[in-house]
Design a protein around this ligand. Structure first.
Ligand code: DX5
Ligand code: ZN
Length: 245
């Protein structure tokens, strides 16, 4: 995967040959979460948000144990890959045993895999393993986990996912307590790694996220529920670029 962002075409992501989650960025990335898509027509939904300007697709994997909900597995990730062969796929594992599911999601066409710090005793080794598979590697923290828990992996992860809701469901209210954590991580991880927020992202909360230094924004309900998805994605991305660095 090339490190350069050259060649990223808004609304028609050339992700197959561009590494979206590593290296410099000039504008925030917006990734619709298919948790809020119409599953009866998933392929059309994915293609529609990509046509509407999505930079990547966020795939939420839940096990009914780490979070109180079940969602989807590698077969759905593979279906997204078939529906949009060139789109960047960001897999968010909300499961208790992420180690067991790296290979299935690599085979299913994921570009990035993020797992939760709370469930992994050797996060550094798992980040390395994901990267050795040719993907970028992310690590996530729940709202009650302090950012300092990430200190040992600040130089290893490509992406830090700061949850702005308790993971498990789409459509929840944004928790502002996540913003200082983003600021602290951004200051320490530098501009070449992604800081992603997930949960309750809409145009107003996205402003606060970007100002805190977040460059990668997941949005489910707000994008898939919008009448004008192009406008929804553009308003989450904002016009001012990435602040807080
Ligand atoms: C929550 C998931 C999120 C969710 C976001 O556990 O990780 O990705 O789909 O949905 P919204 O944007 O509706 O809060
Ligand atoms: Zn998510």
């Amino acid at each position: 995967m090339a490190r350069s962002q050259r060649g990223v075409r808004r609304g028609n992501v050339a992700a197959a040959d561009v590494c979206l989650f590593r290296g410099p960025l000039t504008a925030p990335l917006v990734g619709p979460s298919i948790l809020s898509a119409d599953f009866t027509r998933l392929g059309a939904e994915v293609r529609d948000v990509v046509r509407s300007g999505a930079d990547y697709i966020h795939v939420d994997i839940m096990d009914g144990h780490f979070v109180p909900n079940l969602s989807m597995g590698p077969a759905i990730c593979a279906a997204v890959r078939r529906a949009a062969p060139r789109v960047w796929i960001d897999v968010h594992l909300m499961i208790g045993n992420p180690r067991d599911f790296i290979d299935p999601f690599v085979r299913a066409g994921a570009n990035n895999i993020t797992f939760h710090l709370e469930v992994e005793r050797k996060p550094r080794a798992l980040l390395r393993r994901i990267k050795e598979s040719g993907l970028t590697a992310g690590i996530a923290i729940k709202p009650k986990t302090p950012w300092t828990a990430l200190a040992p992996v600040l130089d290893e992860a490509d992406l830090f996912l700061v949850m702005s809701v308790e993971p498990g469901f789409g459509g929840q209210a944004f928790m502002r307590s996540s913003l200082p954590k983003v600021r602290a991580i951004r200051t320490r991880c530098g501009p070449l790694r992604r800081v992603e927020m997930d949960g309750g992202i809409a145009p107003d909360t996205a402003v606060a996220c970007r100002d805190a230094g977040c460059d990668t924004l997941v949005a489910g309900a707000h994008v898939f529920g919008a009448t004008n998805r192009r406008a929804a994605i553009a308003s989450i991305r904002g016009a001012r670029g990435i602040r807080g660095r």
